[in-house]
Design a protein around this ligand. Structure first.
Ligand code: 13P
Ligand code: SF4
Length: 364
């Protein structure tokens, strides 16, 4: 679980942006090939500009797995991404998260105890050998390990369809956590309907279901959500269409099904970037995802009108914790061979979480 980030010294918090940029540049140059900085698309520009590679959570996990040379992988993203990088990198590589408080509120909505409790309860009612657990990448390493031990896999927003298809070749039903929306949206994409799905509420006895529900459902969807993507509403899509006739609405699959159903396109952060790139000049695009990515896309595509589907800014407050000051702090410490904020996963958890992550990488 999270350790609390210690406050930074005045020479970081009080430094002006140009000074921080110069110091980050000097530290990065000094570390050379020993350093690999990964940046998730939701990062601030002041951080993202230093990333050696950018990506969605699937792309970043692949890049972490593919880089075996850097001693230090500085992960500008959130805790579960850094944990996955630690699991997928070689033993000699150390993964660093610039701010330990950069978690993910959705990942916190399912913990190992609650999932084990659900699994045991379901064992009394359904054929547990035909139940496949699938965890969204946005989950702790402990949950990834649970899934690895029980024949399941990890998925991300860019490969959920392939992973769920794979799972349903191995079993009759899925326990999908922690994001009900990604699970539901993918199930609909695959041709299932609402009658095939039930929401498992971990706060209620037997998930708030009865035995028949559990027996009948193909998808048991954990009651978790992303507070950023849950803000996008049907009314936003309707307003965008009224105010901008011809607008293309592109949303992330963590949005509710009602929003996804109305949108023109749905996909991961990488997908959204490619869709905006591919849109012809003069296009108007309303984007339903985290605001830093939307603003970056708007700045990079001046020949198009790119705006947030929700006019009220909706940053991911945990991604936002990583700033130039924290990046500078970890890099200057690395220059002094002092590894701060290292993220490690214990060997047993890592072994089984790797199984679940590797299944995902193999499937896709
Ligand atoms: P992507 O895998 O699409 O980058 O999404 C990660 C995430 O946390 C979205 O909220
Ligand atoms: Fe987690 Fe939502 Fe932030 Fe993504 S946007 S990291 S799901 S809180």
């Amino acid at each position: 679980m999270f350790r609390v980030q210690a406050p930074l010294a005045e020479r970081y918090t009080g430094a002006d942006p140009d000074d921080l940029a110069a110091r980050i540049g000097a530290a990065k140059a000094g570390l050379g090939e020993r350093l690999f900085i990964l940046g998730h698309h939701y990062q601030r520009d002041e951080v993202m500009s230093w990333a050696d590679a950018r990506g969605d959570s699937f792309g970043l996990s692949r890049m972490a797995a593919d880089n075996s040379s850097a001693d230090y992988v500085v992960f500008c993203g959130v805790h579960f991404m850094a944990e996955s990088a630690d699991i997928l990198t070689a033993d000699h590589q150390q993964v660093v998260l610039p701010d330990l408080n950069a978690g993910c509120s959705m990942a916190g909505m399912a913990d190992l105890d609650a999932v084990e409790e659900a699994w045991e309860a379901l064992d009394d009612v359904v054929d547990i050998d035909r139940l496949v657990p699938i965890t969204y990448m946005n989950s702790s390493a402990a949950l990834k390990a649970f899934v690895g031990r029980h024949g399941g896999a990890v998925c991300t927003s860019s490969n959920a369809r392939a992973v769920i298809t794979w799972a349903l070749e191995r079993g009759d039903k899925l326990l999908f956590f922690p994001d009900q929306h990604l699970g539901r949206n993918t199930a609909f994409q695959l041709g299932y309907d609402a009658a095939d799905m039930r929401v498992w509420d971990p706060k209620r006895d037997f998930g708030g279901l009865d035995e028949l529900d559990a027996k009948e459902a193909t998808f048991l969807l954990w009651k978790g959500h992303c507070s950023v993507h849950q803000r996008f509403r049907v009314q936003h899509v309707e307003a965008a269409r009224t105010e901008h006739p011809g607008v293309e609405v592109i949303v992330h699959p963590e949005c509710s099904h009602e929003v996804v159903e109305l949108a023109d396109q749905v996909g991961s952060t990488d997908y959204i970037i490619k869709a905006v790139d591919a849109a012809p000049p003069g296009s108007t695009l309303a984007i339903g995802t985290e605001i830093h990515l939307v603003q970056r896309l708007a700045a990079e595509h001046r020949d198009k009108t790119v705006f947030s589907l929700d006019p009220l800014i909706c940053p991911c407050s945990t991604m936002f914790r990583i700033d130039a000051a924290h990046l500078c702090w970890v890099l200057e410490n690395l220059v002094d061979s002092n590894v701060v904020n290292r993220i490690t996963v214990d060997p047993d958890t890592a072994e089984w979480a790797r199984v679940a992550l590797q299944r995902m990488l193999d499937i896709t």
